[in-house]
Design a protein around this ligand. Structure first.
Ligand code: NAG
Ligand code: NAG
Ligand code: NAG
Ligand code: NAG
Length: 350
């Protein structure tokens, strides 16, 4: 499988972020590190409650993890969207905006980009013709791969992360240890992974926004890379005064849950636009499970009901909605984590 083969690649980073002044890591800005006083009410039982209504995952000879199936491949039987408060169908513009970001996320798995910092592949120059890779980010075990890309015509600094969510046996990871986090009590141990690239990430953004103060900072990630993108976004917001909810954006694809409701309420309270795209039955978006006290925070879920026809439902909610991808638990699969635009077949890196 694609992600596994990328994770096996060894070799040195040809390009790593090196800024002139690495002694002054920007400190946290206290006013941006206060827990939200508006703690959103959230029942962690929601996922289990819906699962109970939808039925037990036994038909179909399904394999289950933690009460969810990991291989349920029957298409979602839904052809219309019942619009309600905060629930509506995505427009073609909204879809093409996130699909372009998904394709950039897919390219994070290309060694020529995330190891060598090149932007000469045919898809690269098609998606962002004037892109220049400014830095790359690779964690110790190469489970995180990322790059920073600058486009003058788009006036955008992209930070893009991909990452494998598989354990050594090729299964999704299900162990999540608590890790302390500012300003709330904890996230899970996916934050430890972010710490490995934290300095490079923050120094890179700091240098770039100094030279390009009017550009947007657009942070993107797929799967485990989605968690990294979220931590990078919050970290940049907490340390760099120039970044606000008007120039900092986060888009994730098949992102796992990384924190509890205090954490999620903090994410929502920053008011940074966060689009969390979930393809169909993607299992990763439901891990760590809610019954371990995890929940997604942020404003918008784009649930891809049919990825062949770009049929996408949007749910607006400070934390999670029960109208989008939560509506089909426990019938999930792991393949849909690879069904985002640009990833579907093999990522074309040439
Ligand atoms: C799909 O849903 C409709 C209405 O909810 C139902 O009538 C139909 O039998 C379902 N089809 C399948 C294949 O489950
Ligand atoms: C990255 O951007 C910074 C800020 O503009 C610049 O000083 C540095 O030379 C760039 N590095 C590369 C490798 O392009
Ligand atoms: C994290 O969890 C795993 C699996 O439950 C366990 O083996 C490991 O020791 C834990 N690590 C820490 C640092 O607690
Ligand atoms: C849709 O997702 C599936 C995996 O669930 C993938 O095999 C397929 O290629 C995807 N289709 C498109 C158009 O992305």
């Amino acid at each position: 499988m694609l992600i596994k083969s990328v994770a096996l690649i060894t070799g040195l980073m040809a390009l790593s972020a090196k800024a002139a002044n690495r002694d002054n890591f920007p400190p946290l800005i206290p006013s941006r590190c206060e827990a939200s006083s508006d703690l959103v009410f959230y029942p962690y039982t929601l996922e289990n409650d819906i699962s109970r209504l939808n039925g037990v995952a036994t038909s179909n000879g399904d394999t289950t993890i933690d009460g969810f199936t990991i291989d349920y491949d029957i298409p979602i039987n839904k052809t219309t969207i019942t619009e309600a408060d905060g629930v509506y169908q995505a427009t073609p513009d909204q879809i093409s905006r996130v699909n372009m970001r998904s394709k950039l996320a897919a390219l994070a798995y290309c060694p020529s980009i995330s190891h060598k910092g090149r932007w000469d592949c045919s898809n690269c120059v098609e998606y962002v013709p004037d892109g220049v890779v400014n830095a790359t980010f690779v964690s110790q075990d190469q489970d995180i791969l990322g790059y920073a890309l600058v486009s003058d015509t788009m006036e955008t600094i992209f930070l893009v992360f991909g990452g494998t969510f598989e354990t050594a046996d090729g299964e999704p990871r299900i162990d999540f240890n608590a890790t302390s986090y500012t300003p709330v009590e904890y996230t899970n141990d996916l934050y430890e992974l972010y710490s490995q690239t934290q300095e490079d990430v923050i120094f890179t953004i700091q240098d770039l926004i100094e030279d390009y103060p009017d550009y947007n900072v657009d942070i993107i990630g797929h799967s485990l890379g989605g968690a990294q993108a979220e931590f990078a976004t919050l970290d940049a917001y907490q340390r760099l005064e120039q970044l606000t909810s008007s120039n900092l954006f986060l888009t994730t694809f098949g992102e796992p849950r990384v924190g509890d409701k205090e954490y999620a309420s903090y994410v929502a309270a920053t008011e940074i636009e966060k689009i969390r795209v979930v393809n169909g039955r993607d299992l990763v978006a439901h891990l760590a499970p809610m019954d371990l006290d995890f929940v997604h925070g942020g404003s918008l879920e784009y649930w891809v009901i049919d990825n062949e026809t770009d049929f996408v439902q949007i749910c607006e909610n400070k934390l999670e909605s029960n109208e989008c991808s939560n509506s089909i638990v426990p019938f999930l699969n792991y393949d849909d984590n690879m069904g985002y635009p640009g990833l579907s077949s093999d990522v074309v890196c040439a």
